[in-house]
Structures are given as structure tokens and as C-alpha cells.
Design a protein. Structure first.
Length: 282
């Protein structure tokens, strides 16, 4: 009797367990999918982890995301940004590390907030100003094309600078990232160039690209082509340095080598670059 009474309950438990297990195994697309952006920058990386909400026909700024209030700058938890070296954000010092990125959107200006407490997440009601590392103001710009899904980009990348862009709806907010790596690279060049296996071409390239001592750059570039006489890309750099030093005869000779060697290697791109330099050296 007792056993027969329990049987319906046991069957119900099996069905419930099966439904629960099935539900746990069901995977559906996230409404605000997570994205990780990793961008090589300066001598390390910038990494950004954030969730990407979509507008879905809604008015975003001033409605879905209110003006004048702290926003987690994405969906779900807070957006997190990691810098692999000391940087400046809009001129403000930010040491190497991982931070939460919050913001206060406004019609005329945004406040960008770099936050030290990573545990706060999306709980902006408990945001504490004393836990901010830095805060700065930026002006939003209008986009001609609508951005449906919130997007963070690292753009306009140079050796020592970049822009981080927040784009959604018809609004873009952009702020600068700068890394003071020149002293570190110069020290590395001095140390490396004191050794036997010297990276002459790389050192000369850095000096040329960053307006350092061009005579020293030419000295190193000359040694580079002496060590690798068929490396037309090295001859191209030497020609550029010579032309910048207004040594047109030397630039012509080096550019001629570029064209000759690049043709032999069937590299049309370098042939064109060599011919362009020949034209400029006339």
C-alpha cells in the first residue's frame, strides 16, 4: 500500500528532474553578448571586456541610458579595461592594471570614470566616488550611420597613441590613450646595440620614424645593408633617410638598388616604392 502511494510521486520527481536537466543544457543566444577586444599597443596590449546591448528600436541616450547618471558602459556587469603598461587617458595618469570603466552620459559632454573596485560590477547604485582612479570629460560626436549594437573600438593606433571609441545609436565618444615608451625603447636600443648581434635596421627604423638623430640612423642603416645586401626593404629605409637628409645622390643610388633587387624578387610593391623615391630624389 505504502509503496503504491509513493510511485506517482517518484514518477513526478523523475519527470521534474529530467525537465530541469534539459533546461540546464539548453543554450540560447545571450541578449547582450560578451566581447573581448585585445589590441597590441605600444609595448604591450589593451584588453577590453564588455557586454554589448542592442537598441532594438528603443531610444538609447536620454531614455534607455539616462543622462546625468552613472552607467556601467555596456550591459550586465561593468566594462573592464586592462592596460599592459602605464598610460595616460586624456592626459590623466593610469598605471598598469585592470579597471572598471563607467561613464555619465550627457547631451553636451560625457564624464568617463576609471574605477578601481572591480567587484562593484553593474551595481551603480553603490558607486563611490572615492574609488575612482581618474575622471575626465569628453564631448560626444554625431554619427551619420546608426550603430545598432553598442561597440567599443581601439582606433587611430600609432606607436605611442590610440583612441578608445564608444559607439551606439548615432553617438560616438572618443578619448585618447598615450604611452610614454620612448625612454624605455631608447634604453633598450642602447643596451642592444652594445652587443655583437646588432639589430641595425630596427634601430634605424625607430630613429627615422620618430625624428631622432638621422645621421646615426643612416650609419645603422648602412651597416644593415652591408650585412644583408639583398634586403631591398633595408635599402628602401636607407634611401628614405638619405632623402630626408637631402642627400639626393645617395638616395638615388639606394632607391635604384631597391628597384633592382625587388624586381629580381618579383615584389611589385617595393618596385613601386623604389621608383617613387627615385622620382622624389630628382
Amino acid at each position: 500500500m505504502y509503496t503504491s502511494i509513493l510511485k506517482p510521486f517518484a514518477a513526478a520527481a523523475v519527470v521534474l528532474f529530467s525537465f530541469s536537466a534539459s533546461a540546464q543544457s539548453l543554450k540560447v543566444p545571450a541578449p547582450s553578448p560578451l566581447q573581448t577586444v585585445k589590441q597590441a599597443f605600444a609595448l604591450s596590449d589593451i584588453t577590453i571586456e564588455y557586454s554589448r546591448p542592442s537598441a532594438k528600436g528603443r531610444v538609447v541616450y536620454g531614455d534607455l541610458v539616462p543622462f546625468g547618471k552613472v552607467w556601467r558602459t555596456g550591459a550586465n556587469g561593468s566594462t573592464q579595461i586592462t592596460f599592459g603598461e602605464n598610460v595616460k587617458l586624456s592626459g590623466k595618469d593610469v598605471p598598469i592594471g585592470t579597471y572598471a570603466l563607467y561613464s555619465i552620459p550627457g547631451k553636451e559632454a560625457w564624464e568617463v570614470l576609471v574605477y578601481k573596485d572591480l567587484k562593484l560590477g553593474g551595481d551603480v547604485a553603490n558607486y563611490k566616488k572615492e574609488d575612482e582612479l581618474v575622471r575626465f570629460s569628453v564631448k560626444p560626436t554625431n554619427l551619420n550611420d546608426k550603430v545598432e549594437t553598442f561597440t567599443i573600438n581601439v582606433a587611430n593606433i600609432t606607436a605611442k597613441s590610440a583612441n578608445i571609441e564608444l559607439c551606439w545609436e548615432n553617438t560616438k565618444v572618443s578619448f585618447s590613450v598615450e604611452a610614454d615608451i620612448d625612454a624605455k625603447i631608447m634604453k633598450n636600443i642602447e643596451t642592444t646595440m652594445a652587443k655583437d648581434a646588432r639589430p641595425y635596421h630596427q634601430a634605424a627604423s625607430y630613429y627615422f620614424d620618430n625624428n631622432k638623430d638621422l645621421n646615426k640612423a643612416l650609419e645603422w642603416s648602412t651597416k644593415a645593408v652591408e650585412n644583408s645586401p639583398k634586403a631591398y626593404w633595408m635599402w628602401l629605409l636607407k634611401a628614405k633617410i638619405q632623402l630626408k637628409l637631402n642627400n639626393k645622390k645617395g638616395a638615388t643610388e639606394s632607391a635604384t638598388k631597391v628597384v633592382e633587387l625587388a624586381k629580381a624578387d618579383q615584389n611589385d610593391d617595393y618596385v613601386k616604392m623604389g621608383e617613387k623615391l627615385l622620382s622624389e630624389a630628382k
